[in-house]
Design a protein around this ligand. Structure first.
Ligand code: NAD
Ligand code: MG
Ligand code: MG
Ligand code: MG
Ligand code: MG
Length: 328
């Protein structure tokens, strides 16, 4: 097979799948999409001009199969569709190490098995590619039967634009554990709770909910943009002396030794498999707790306040559409 331009099947056309497919095609790869007929994203893939086949047919014709469905459906998909159809010696690629690391998928012995994980949501992977940049990506090799697994991972990484930035070599274990930790403790879990608790504190003290929204949620973007461009150093260059002194003396009231001890607990539950077992059991039982807790976030009063305020921020109409919503 061609190591520099393997024939690719992408199974799944959601956040990552669509971005990878569009970027790889623009990079000159032959890309086929595997989707369940009548599934929710089939129309989108066809509208984008891709050949869409059933997952089984797409897998059969490919030299490299990228598994870009939700993590929880991958084990059954692998067992029922991928393993029976994937060509001997082909390359199996994941964008997150979860199923291989926690042994929910044990790939066939003859396959190359690699990971290419962009460190950003799909919409950003596409947007950065279009403007000639790329989202930083990590890659890893789980099985190298052909002797070309690393070259294949790097070809894919280059094709989605990830190698334009530093592609960092990692392991399935490191990618899985750090990705879960980041989204749980800092990016999604931590940030959400920080914003909600800050807003609640101001509103409970009698301040206007709208003013509290701007201070605790809206302005977070300005700070995060500074982090993104130049780290915490850049934030200190741009905020007032008063804000700096307040941050330096009061930040650790909130994120104190106890908060850090809790972060260690989050990490331990990832490392010892507690989190994975709990999430797999929740999914298998129909996601009742997951759905109820998510509804709690959607029903939090800060959401109604924000919806009303954002209706008057006309520039947000041009903001990336929901599919851009970060799903690290
Ligand atoms: P998604 O939920 O956005 O999209 C899933 C796609 O899979 C949809 O097209 C859906 O129709 C399809 N699908 C669902 N069940 C299927 C089945 N049984 N057979 C065939 N197709 C099926 O998923 P996503 O967020 O892009 O995640 C894909 C992978 O990328 C995951 O491993 C995830 O951990 C990883 N990842 C995601 C992000 C992110 O920001 N979303 C970032 C890095 C890595
Ligand atoms: Mg302020
Ligand atoms: Mg200020
Ligand atoms: Mg992530
Ligand atoms: Mg993740």
């Amino acid at each position: 097979m061609s190591t520099s331009k393997p024939r690719i099947a992408i199974v799944g056309y959601g956040s990552q799948g669509r971005a990878h497919a569009l970027n790889l095609r623009d990079s000159g790869f032959d890309v086929t999409i595997g989707l369940r007929p009548g599934g929710p994203t089939e129309i989108k893939a066809r509208a984008d001009g891709f050949a869409v086949k059933t997952p089984a047919e797409a897998v059969k014709g490919a030299e490299l199969v990228a598994v870009l469905t939700p993590d929880m459906v991958q084990p059954q998909l692998y067992g029922e569709v991928i393993e029976p159809n994937i060509a001997p010696g082909a390359c199996l690629l994941f964008a997150h190490g979860f199923n291989v690391h926690y042994e929910q998928i044990n790939p066939r012995d003859d396959l190359d098995v690699v990971l290419v994980a962009p460190k950003g949501p799909g919409a950003l992977v596409r947007r950065e590619y279009e403007i000639g940049r790329g989202v930083p990506s990590v890659y890893a090799i789980h099985q190298d039967r052909s002797g070309n697994a690393e070259a294949l991972a790097l070809a894919y990484c280059g094709g989605i634009g990830g190698a334009r930035q530093n592609a960092i070599k990692t392991t399935f274990k490191e990618e899985t554990e750090t990705d879960l930790f980041g989204e749980q403790a800092v990016l999604c879990g931590g940030a959400t709770k920080l914003v909600q608790a800050g807003w609640e504190t101001l509103v409970e003290a009698g301040y206007q909910p709208e003013v509290a929204y701007y201070e605790c949620l809206h302005e977070l973007k300005l700070i995060v943009d500074l982090f993104y461009e130049g780290g915490i150093t850049r934030m200190h260059e741009f905020i007032s002396e008063t804000a700096q002194y307040g941050a330096l003396t009061r930040g650790s009231y909130v994120i104190d030794d106890n908060a850090k001890a809790q972060m260690k607990k989050v990490l331990e539950e990832i490392q010892d498999g507690t989190f994975a077992r709990q999430w797999i059991a929740e999914y298998a039982a129909g996601n009742a707790n997951y759905k109820a807790m998510k509804q709690g976030d959607l029903d939090h009063p800060i959401e109604a306040v924000g919806k009303k305020l954002r209706a008057n921020m006309k520039w947000l109409a041009n903001a990336p559409q929901p599919q851009a919503a970060a799903r690290p």
